[in-house]
Design a protein around this ligand. Sequence first.
Ligand SMILES: Nc1ncnc2c1ncn2[C@@H]1O[C@H](COP(=O)(O)OP(=O)(O)O)[C@@H](O)[C@H]1O
Ligand SMILES: [Mg+2]
Length: 366
Amino acid sequence: MSGLSLVNVCKTYKNGQNAVKDFNLEIKDREFLILVGPSGCGKSTTLRMIAGLEEISSGELWIDGCLMNMTSPQSRDLSMVFQSYALYPHFTVYQNMAFGLKVHKVPREEIDRRVREAAEILHISHLLDRKPYALSGGQKQRVAIGSVIVRQPKAYLMDEPLSNLDAKLRTQMRVELSKLHKELGATIIYVTHDQVEAMTLGTRIVVMNQGEIQQAASPADIYQNPVNKFVAGFIGSPSMNFIPVWVERKEERICLEFNNQRLFVNHICASKLLEGGYLGKRVCLGIRPEDFHEAGKKEQTLILQVDIKEVLGSEILLHGLIGRAEVCARLMPGIKTEAGESLPVSVDMDRIKLFDMDTDRNILYI
Ligand SMILES: Nc1ncnc2c1ncn2[C@@H]1O[C@H](COP(=O)(O)OP(=O)(O)O)[C@@H](O)[C@H]1O
Ligand SMILES: [Mg+2]
């Protein structure tokens, strides 16, 4: 496939629901593209419009240089894996995987070759003679994916294919899907509401909210350089902490103040804040949980009043208050502080984010 692009695509359902608004995106060959966002933000609608299962209200869908708006789903040469996968109960795994090809009148030897190849990739060769009732959830899901792989479409469309699996199986399948993407060299468009799946699987992530693209970028970019407060808060777990602060000038330097606590910002932040006319105004400070540290002697510190201490083995999560702001800090194990005590913490000031109070725009976005 040379590419798939959506130009000004909109979807308004018959009941007037504006599910997708002015969606513009170019998807390159071999991308593992993730559509992520909260429930109801328009991910499935977008995917179903690409698949041809839902009419495009306005805008254009191009695949390999051809306008596809009016093309039937069968002629788009795309394959879709759904959240709830249906296998034919009276067919064996082999027959389930072969079914789509048989319908398309692919020669028997070719079907056999493709089914065995896909089974190999998915590690289900030993299950080919079994019926679905004798498979575990993860095995069934692999068969479902297998029946899509054998088709060798231009692109695979997947709508939350792992959401019915338990946590351990999901992690396993995530790794398998990554491998699969590499081995097949295929273009995959993958919908999920799970930001961990998005971060680990995607070569590029499109974050959506209320029918609109918020940001489309690599996982690292989305994490380090979110375009606004929504993206910053949606990606990352536990979520970024948000604290409303005043921008002040003290001792000839620019600082952020709140509830008798003060943080001096670095040069880049200072000049962005001054350029933007934020001096004397309020902004929203964003700190990721891992950007808190146990304060060293020379560092500027905040006092964290610890309410809950969660010991997770490789890390410790402290939930509590800094001033009146509720925060979560992720610290190295070995912290002696207990719930009810207070801990001086420092903040990695080179990694903080600052958001405009009115527009939620990231003031430091580059
Ligand atoms: N067939 C439909 N008719 C009317 N509204 C719909 C239909 N399908 C989805 N919607 C609405 O469109 C919005 C987007 O839905 P959807 O694309 O399923 O979101 P997501 O997959 O991100 O959870 C939601 O508000 C949903 O209620
Ligand atoms: Mg959905």
